[in-house]
Design a protein around this ligand. Structure first.
Ligand SMILES: C[S@@+](CC[C@H](N)C(=O)[O-])C[C@H]1O[C@@H](n2cnc3c(N)ncnc32)[C@H](O)[C@@H]1O
Ligand SMILES: Nc1nc2[nH]cc(C(=O)O)c2c(=O)[nH]1
Ligand code: SF4
Ligand SMILES: [Mg+2]
Length: 221
């Protein structure tokens, strides 16, 4: 069972698939604790906050409520909601706390493409076809071996930055893990002006890409 914090259809606002219509599944739970995390409501799994999927889909505000769902129930919901997007983004919280193989496989079998957004702190359990976005959480739980395998598996690396030290950490990580042939995105933290200027300068300098969380500029989910 997957603990679902949110399901909604929108435009992917980050990384390589920016601009694509997508269904987002946000799973509950994350032990990593990034100070600047924009989805802190997903961190704790409070058994008291279990709801029906109808209530979760009807949410009008970000809350820590969640609904337990099987892969089949999630697919049925897509149909009931008459979602038209064919790209599914599984995020969180930390989606790799869950085995994502049954869910992604079922979605692939039904004509959807899948993408996961992960911190690289848990083993990635997803089919080979799933697009993997790793937003590496340096010096955090999970350990180096898990992070190395996540970075090796990554189709893109998307690193949130606000200060020079975040860029230095990324460079050190790429050297340590021997990663040289991946798409690298810098994502300014919380649309801060200084963070954005830093990201632009560093993307230009290192020939990386910029990811600006387009949905936040548009005021959409
Ligand atoms: C909320 S996280 C959930 C998935 C997973 N736990 C992770 O960290 O990749 C989704 C994406 O948003 C990024 N993110 C979180 N808070 C942010 C913020 N305040 N500004 C910019 N990016 C942020 C994360 O780094 C990650 O790339
Ligand atoms: N529109 C939109 N695009 C996104 N890309 C990654 C998101 C996330 O929270 O993981 C996200 C999100 O929350 N909304
Ligand atoms: S790993 Fe992702 S969900 Fe967890 S605290 Fe960090 S940004 Fe938030
Ligand atoms: Mg988000």
């Amino acid at each position: 069972m997957y603990k679902v914090n949110e399901i909604f259809q929108t435009i992917q606002g980050e990384g390589s698939f920016t601009g694509i219509a997508a269904i987002f599944i946000r799973l509950q739970g994350c032990p990593v604790g990034c100070s600047w995390c924009d989805t802190k409501q997903t961190w704790h799994i409070d058994p008291q906050l279990s709801q029906s999927i109808t209530q979760v889909v009807a949410k009008t505000a970000e809350t820590a409520h969640w609904a337990s769902q099987t892969a089949e129930q999630i697919l049925d919901l897509f149909k009931n909601q008459e979602y038209q997007a064919k790209h599914v983004v599984i995020t969180g919280g930390e989606p790799c706390m869950y085995d994502l193989i049954p869910l992604c496989q079922l979605l692939h079998d039904n004509g959807y493409s899948t993408q996961i957004e992960t911190s690289g702190t848990f083993e990635i359990k997803a089919p080979a076809k799933t697009w993997v976005t790793v937003s590496p959480k340096v010096n955090m739980a999970g350990g180096y071996k898990v992070l190395q395998s996540a970075l090796d598996r990554a189709d893109e690396i998307k690193h949130p930055v606000a200060m020079e030290k975040h860029v230095d950490e990324l460079i050190a990580l790429l050297v340590d893990t021997n990663i040289s042939d991946k798409l690298i995105y810098l994502q300014p933290i919380s649309q801060q002006r200084r963070a954005t200027e830093l990201a632009i300068a560093m993307c230009t300098k290192h020939n990386w890409r910029l990811s600006v969380q387009v949905h936040k500029y548009l005021g959409i989910s």
